[in-house]
Write a new protein. Sequence first.
Length: 755
Amino acid sequence: MPAAVPKPRTLYDKIWDDHVVDVNEDGLALIYIDRHLVHEVTSPQAFEGLRNATRAVRRPDCTLATVDHNVPTVSRKDFKSVDSFIAEPDSRAQCAALEENVKEFGLTYFGMKDRRQGIVHVIGPEQGFTLPGITCVCGDSHTSTHGAFGSLAFGIGTSEVEHVLATQTLLQKKSKNMRITVDGELHEGVTSKDVILHIIGVIGTAGGTGCVIEYAGSVFRGFSMEARMSVCNMSIEAGARAGMVAPDEITFAYLRDRPLSPKGEEWDQAVAYWKTLKSDEGAKFDIEVKINAADIIPTVTWGTSPQDVVAITGKVPDPANITDSVKKASAERSLSYMGLKANTPMEEITIDKVFIGSCTNSRIEDLRSAAKVVLAAGPDAKVADHVVAMIVPGSGVIKQHAEAEGLDAIFKRAGFDWREAGCSMCLGMNPDQLAPGERCASTSNRNFEGRQGAGGRTHLLSPAMAAAAALTGKLTDVRRFLGKIREVDSKLKNKSEFEFLDEPTIPPAPITPASHPADSQKALPPKDTPSSVQKFTVLKGIAAPLHMENVDTDMIIPKQFLKTLKRSGLANALFYTLRKDPHTGKDTDFILNRSPYDRARILVCTGKNFGCGSSREHAPWSLNDFGIRCIIAPSFADIFRNNSMQNGMLPVAIPQEQCRELAEDAEAGFELEVDLEKQEIRRPGGKPAISFSTDPFRRHCLLNGLDDIGLTLQREGSIKSFETRRSQTWPWLDGFGYNGKIPIKPVRATKKTDW
Ligand SMILES: CC(C)[C@H](C(=O)O)[C@@H](O)C(=O)O
Ligand code: SF4
């Protein structure tokens, strides 16, 4: 019999297949995780869980931790310790907790005195921790960034962080394959940020729900790694769990000689494997989107969702032209929040602040492209009088690199503030925040209400556009500077190979014997480990109707409530900005403040894509604390859905029309009854029940209150044999170069900038 011809596979299929440890009958797979990045916001409760169950970290050699969200970005010249440096008590507590946890669990950690500290999605690639073909996770939605290397990288919630720490695996359902192809030539002045903003404008923030996106076509092939990272970063804003670009010579050149990249023979072996990582001819994509590069012009956002984009040459849209009532109401709300009038030309919008930074745009190339605009504006160019502009490099390494190239001098001379690495004003968990009503031109990735500070207004754009806005004081088409930019191009002294000679001041934590992988067996719990997950069987109660689409997790629980070390006590934080009047602090008439909905146990949302945005598990925690254990909506963002089920809560997806019917019942004040055993929602007055479906495994766990970690640890045999095969096939994935001496290696930077 002739051998079966292998089916053509996508890049995602290949990486997925290479990581399956075990598959349940219903298709839910246990996949192995190669790299785990940890930060201070989403890890304290996970470490606490390990501690309570006396579990160790299974693979400290595949885990890397840093602080980024809470760190102040002022000079660290006088830094002595987190305790003395971070003034805000909750931020300090989260950073201090991480420092304690990495010591206790023996993890490698880049602290505030280490030049390698920075935003978690910047430091992974920079160190060569991120590699092609790997699975990479972090308790952070923008983990999608790492897909730029041709890896499967996605954000997870805190319960899943704990799962990975304990087992180095995750239970996952395979996503759909989506391909976005951008072919043709980009116009001069159009950057990777414009490309991804344009894509989100085309497919919407729910466009990639349930999918892994592969970015294909000549535009992405021509992009540098930095540009690919900016694109993959915002896959989450496009609704996808992950985004990826097939690795190629540009990827290999970027990784060669990075401190944690494979070396010698292993490098050659790795490259040979990485070269196989591309979608086969004829591979099947569930969704295909094609975009013509020539259609893209510099793009900015006007509203409070990343899909609210418009060309810089355009105008603020007019809600009067929108027919769908939910969409129209949301556009009106956005305009009022943003303090904008319909039909205002975008270039007439005056700004107060400029933020160049975040995991989307804080890399060396981003800084170069902003610096070029400043140079092009002439030696006397200054940040406009009424504007405060800050540049926040993504890591200490980038900061030094930029200083070696003289970029800091260009910025400082023009009046920009040159800061230390961190998330900074991207989400204002640290002192960098917008004041109410302030308008910011920002290179970050989210423009949600209150994202950069309560009442703050965000316009997302590229670093070059942000620099132009800083100089003119209003949103500006950067192409006005083009001719001059060409002239100054040669003035920037790109250092393509940059040596770091200084020794780090905080050595990595030693790997303690207690946390060595070989000892993890000892930490296994008995098979009948009791679970703390609450059972979900039948839930009867008041249902609150909510007529909104794209309800994001920043809205469900704003950033100031993420600074907790606990999973509880968050009932008041739920929908905080909608429930509290920002001026009086009193309760608004938001649905959950009104009787009987202040006792709601079920939420019925009529708009799509509930729970999009950040991976914060605080969102389901706050709903749960409020008393809501079931959310019914036409669709959910993937991470939110997983996070809810990890907490004994039930997300039910049913068609929008049925959501509307249930919302009518809810508006009439009737109770609903959600029966998970029968998979039906029973309605008042003898109306026919509405049926729904849930993954069999998840349903079983919810009905019985089972805890994933306990179940996974029972599959120790399969995990061990996967690890043996992994060591033989991909030896470069075991451990990494920080055990003991820290290598000081040249960090290469690409010569080519985005444009
Ligand atoms: C704190 C973290 C959970 C969050 C995320 O997942 O995205 C943050 O990084 C953000 O950008 O909102
Ligand atoms: S999106 Fe902002 S807050 Fe979140 S990881 Fe990136 S820089 Fe940090």
